[in-house]
Design a protein around this ligand. Structure first.
Ligand SMILES: [Zn+2]
Length: 162
């Protein structure tokens, strides 16, 4: 199964995302933004490290794009639009905009109600409920795809693309 869909030059991450739509990988024991991990994995210099205090920005408009060619390090000041990207990915009730909590999430996941009814009950969008049910938001660590799948998808993409 591939977690990456090619759209134009972009490699769109189809796996888990955080509450704002940024890709999440489970890497080195924690949930991290895919664009940061991608830049690390695809750098030809094996000793390459992300510079502390710098953030990883997209040159394209797709928040879930993990094409290392579309990613660059930049300072926070010169890229205020991408200011979320420093540090570790936030999921579930760590999200600022989150109206729900983990107890409600398990109620929602075990509910027999239809999606519009659940959305009304918890006063969130149907899209938000769908993402919860599909496991794309409110991700506990074991649900976050492990890295080998990603490396495989990248590898396949490289073989097809170049
Ligand atoms: Zn892109």
């Amino acid at each position: 199964m591939s977690y990456v869909e090619k759209k134009g030059d972009c490699w769109l991450w189809k796996g888990a995302t955080d509450c704002k739509g940024y890709s999440i990988f489970y890497y080195k024991g924690k949930a991290q933004f895919g664009h940061r991990v991608s830049l690390l994995l695809f750098n030809k210099d094996e000793h390459f490290k992300l510079t502390p205090g710098k953030i990883v920005c997209h040159s394209c408009k797709n928040k879930n794009c993990v094409n290392p060619g579309h990613l660059r390090e930049d300072t926070l000041q010169s890229n205020s639009k991408d200011k979320h990207m420093d540090g570790t990915a936030q999921t579930g009730d760590k999200c600022h905009f989150s109206k729900l909590n983990w107890n409600q999430i398990s109620e929602i996941r075990s509910s027999n109600l239809k999606i519009p009814e659940v959305a009304r009950k918890y006063q969130v969008s149907e899209q938000a409920i769908r993402r919860i049910l599909q496991g794309k938001s409110w991700i506990s660590q074991p649900e976050i795809q492990p890295l080998p799948n990603l490396q495989l998808s990248f590898l396949q993409l490289h073989l097809y693309a170049f």
